[in-house]
Design a protein around this ligand. Structure first.
Ligand code: SF4
Length: 451
């Protein structure tokens, strides 16, 4: 259950950083929703200034350490790397992890809490990636920020919903502490709407950012679903994070229904935790899965069985009510069959929190999918002083998208409060660096394997 991707050694990081072309107007920057100045931080690693590299990363993305582990880099920054046309792209995610781990392990602080405050107060509902991204930027701009988090720990799914072999919860909790070190207050186990009202928030704070993410896992709504043995895959992954591993209930024959990354995480983790049999069933063809191809290959590498075009019809139980299997029909040939199982994990998406939002802000505009409608440039909602971002507005994207939306809202809130536009950090430290890097001493791109 260790993190599956090995960290780069110091020598490996140096060698990889020296392969970078330090492109002008680099496409890897544009591919990152938080606009990390990738060539600048890689150049710093190449120069041996690793802590400064971490500062470049964290200034743009306070969750740089977790994004280095959970981002689908092959379709974002590394997918855009110009070297990828002919050679192996620069392993940007691993270099980012190298730099952020460097300062965490040594307890080095690279971001400073501002000494002057603006006097403005901002409330953030939800301490997940969007809320933390917004809070970090607002705090560094001098505003007083309070996050209202309903769970015991902030960090959202980064803390509770990512497979152990991708990222340990401590990485996310370290990031939460980093945000707090900037002066952000996190009020944990506070249920907005119960413990305090929208009216109190709006009267006590100058702006409110809604970053509540999504709700609990969706149900299959099939006969036999209610009863022992059936649960949300997210709850299963959460148990792995919160309980001793030998106390997590693992079936002998685990069946996961779904085709996204959570489904893949659940089936892979079940197998890696000792389930003799772990099967994923998805109702469409493999190419329609929303899980990334490399995630699917991880499940295969863990010896999981994958079934496609398998539409569940009924959850089957014994006379005593115990789970015995699921009846499926093949989407193409109509053939029905039974997959035996003693644990069924459902991973078909999460519910929107539209009812909760409407109860808190009755006039807040939502779209037909139950997501908050926001201005794409400013994350403003239709309500004065209220902004929104992350999964509750975008319907469910990557962690880095949520952080990017939080940052965008922070800038818009700052502008609304002060009438000023902060100097953007993007590309601030790098202009026109030529290739190959002067004095880098190594121009050694790794050729792509031809097979
Ligand atoms: Fe970015 Fe790749 Fe260019 Fe380096 S070589 S700046 S990683 S696009």
């Amino acid at each position: 259950m260790e993190e599956m991707t090995d960290p780069l050694s110091d020598q490996g990081a140096l060698a990889e950083s020296q392969r970078c072309l330090y492109c002008y107007d680099a496409p890897c920057i544009h591919a990152c929703p938080t606009g990390i100045d990738v060539p600048a931080f890689i150049k710093k690693i190449a120069n041996g200034e690793v802590a400064s590299a971490a500062k470049t990363i964290l200034t743009a993305n306070i969750l740089g350490a977790s994004c280095a582990r959970v981002c689908p880099t092959e379709v974002l920054c590394e997918g855009a790397c110009v070297l990828g046309h002919e050679y192996e792209p620069i392993p940007i995610g691993r270099l980012q992890r190298h730099a952020t781990d460097f300062i965490t392990k040594r307890g080095i602080s690279v971001l400073k809490k501002p000494t002057e405050t603006s006097g403005f107060r901002v409330a953030i509902i939800g301490g997940g990636p969007a809320g933390l991204g917004c809070a970090a930027d607002l705090a560094q701009l001098g505003h007083r920020v309070v996050i209202f988090e309903k769970e015991r720990d902030a960090g959202g799914l980064n803390t509770r919903g990512v497979a152990y072999y991708k990222m340990k919860p401590r990485v996310s909790l370290d990031e939460v502490r980093l945000v707090e070190s900037l002066g952000v207050e996190i009020r944990r186990e506070v249920n907005v709407g119960v413990d305090l009202s929208a009216g109190e928030l709006l009267s006590e704070y100058d702006a409110v950012f809604v970053a509540i993410g999504l709700g609990c896992g969706s149900r299959l709504n099939l006969p036999g679903e209610s009863g022992p043995g059936v649960r949300s895959a997210l709850d299963f992954i959460r148990d792995i994070h919160e309980m001793p591993l030998d106390e997590v209930a693992i079936g002998h024959s685990v069946l996961v229904i779904g085709g996204g990354n959570t489904a893949i995480d659940a089936v892979s983790q079940a197998k890696r935790l000792g389930a003799p049999s772990a099967t994923l069933a998805y109702r469409r063809k493999e190419e329609r899965m929303s899980a990334y191809a490399f995630e699917v290959s991880l499940a295969r590498a863990a010896d999981c069985r994958l079934l496609f075009q398998a539409k569940p019809l009924e959850v089957l139980r014994s006379a005593e009510g115990n789970l015995t299997g699921v009846k499926f029909v093949h989407e193409t040939n109509g053939k029905e069959w039974i997959e035996p199982c003693d644990q069924l994990l459902v991973a078909i998406g999460q519910n929107k929190q539209d009812h909760w939002l409407k109860s808190l802000f009755p006039t807040l505009e939502l779209n037909s999918q139950g997501c908050v409608i926001t201005d794409p440039l400013t994350s403003r909602t239709n309500l004065p002083k209220v902004f929104a971002g992350g999964d509750c507005a975008n319907g469910g994207k990557e962690v880095v998208n949520a952080v990017g939306e939080g940052k965008k809202a922070a800038l818009a809130i700052h502008q609304m409060l002060t009438g000023k536009t902060p100097i953007p950090t993007l590309q601030s430290s790098r202009r026109g660096i030529a290739r190959p890097p002067a004095g880098a001493g190594l121009w050694n791109p790794v050729r792509k394997p031809t097979h």
